[in-house]
Design a protein around this ligand. Structure first.
Ligand code: FES
Ligand code: FES
Length: 168
């Protein structure tokens, strides 16, 4: 298949690359851009391990064409992977809390969870338990039983709330 030259915006950087029109965003991120945080965990859009943000919206990169994120006359959407959620060179609150609370075991699902939590907190800094469960309903973990993960998420929320109130 003939390759097309496309431009993507990922984690604040522009990338120009030649790719097949049917290439999936997940494969382009992992293979062409070497951003291997996002994972393929299923074949049927059911696990969320491949989740990235497209203009801030959690999106399954295993079912999205890279071409759909390419620059056109309106510009390109911003794709954010787990490699891009650190803030000003420091771990994002959810990254730190995962470490503190043992939110990951094998870690395969972790990047998808982290970007989903980031989107949740960006839009709703003080989510309820129901909001958290709703936001994470498309992300599956086969290891943790979810308890430590929820503790980590709650700790990240508390950290964000306290840093926001300190800056007021
Ligand atoms: S790899 Fe499972 S939803 Fe994308
Ligand atoms: S930590 Fe292993 S799948 Fe979630």
């Amino acid at each position: 298949m003939t390759k097309e030259l496309i431009e993507l915006r990922v984690n604040g950087r522009k990338y120009e690359l030649a790719t097949e029109p049917n290439a999936l965003l997940l494969d382009v991120l992992r293979q062409d851009l070497q951003l291997t945080g996002s994972k393929r965990g299923c074949d049927d859009s059911s696990c969320g391990a491949c989740t990235v943000l497209v203009d801030g919206v959690p999106t399954l990169s295993c079912t999205m064409l890279a071409l759909s994120c390419a620059s056109d006359e309106r510009g390109a959407p911003e794709v954010t992977t787990v490699e891009g959620i650190a803030e000003h060179g420091a771990l994002a609150a959810i990254q730190k809390a995962y470490g503190d609370w043992g939110g990951a075991q094998c870690g395969y699902c972790t990047p998808g969870f982290m970007v989903t939590v980031k989107a949740l907190l960006d839009n709703n800094p003080e989510p309820t338990d129901e909001d958290i469960r709703g936001a994470l309903s498309g992300n599956l973990c086969r290891c943790t039983g979810y308890t430590q993960m929820y503790q980590a998420i709650k700790a990240a929320i508390a950290a964000e709330v306290s840093s926001t109130s300190r800056t007021k």
